[in-house]
Design a protein around this ligand. Sequence first.
Ligand code: ASP
Length: 297
Amino acid sequence: MRPRIAMAVHGGAWDIPRRVRAAHRRGCLTALDAGLETLSSGGSTLDAVEAAIVVLENDITFDAGRGSFLNAAGYVELDAGIMDGFDLKSGAVAAVTAIPNPIRLARAVLETENSLIVGPGAALFADEAAIETCDPDWLIVDRERRRWNELKANPPTAREFFGVVGGTVGAVALDYDGNLAAGTSTGGLPFKPVGRVGDSPIVGAGVYAANNLAGVSVTGWGEAFVRLVWAYRAAALVTAEVDPAAACLRALDLLEPLSARGGIIMIDRFGRPAAAHNSPTMAYAYRTADSRAVAAP
Ligand code: ASP
């Protein structure tokens, strides 16, 4: 099988209310187009993943970039990670507060010798790398301010959130040369402790790409995915006999011991895309160069 262009994106796995399902689906399809257009105009798979995730970060429907959940102190802290399956280089940022598109900053980290830059250091690095910054308040939308006020009156446990809200975003791309890349970007959990970082920027947990295995981005209960090294283990399940659709289902079985809920998108080195979730719904879209788009919810 020769590799072919393929692209997959997601916008979170949870019980997405009917009234916002169309917005989730539309957002994913728009991001998918942005990624495919980048690939077909000669961009790399890293460019395609970045372009697709920027679209999702810019859409306030999702828990990434502007419109993200607020932390317990009432402001937005963002995490993002990106990985190149060709040379296994990765870049990530965590707990950044004044960056509209953290995936761009993660990509800039990938271009350095480092793999993860957090907090105030990430702000300094954004200046150096000439990545756009913003007023931290600009990231806050009314919907999330209202949610925060309700949560403050009634603080939930972290576990109570999973399956209730979501909206982390991610993308995976494959080019004709068989190069894979994957990325994940999130505002994390609503009312999370200040400084809490989940799986999304962590290589092997929330994002993974290796040209000889697969590209993966996941969403759901981050603490469980860190403990399970979920994204890497999912990618490693793909073989000639086990295609990505089967590997994604087997990956969900890995969540059982921790009773974790979540969703996954994957593309293997042959360009076979797949998605699966054990949450009630998941927002995703994928397409190869020679097929129609598959999208949900
Ligand atoms: N995995 C993300 C986190 O734990 C949340 C999500 O995917 O909804 O930060």
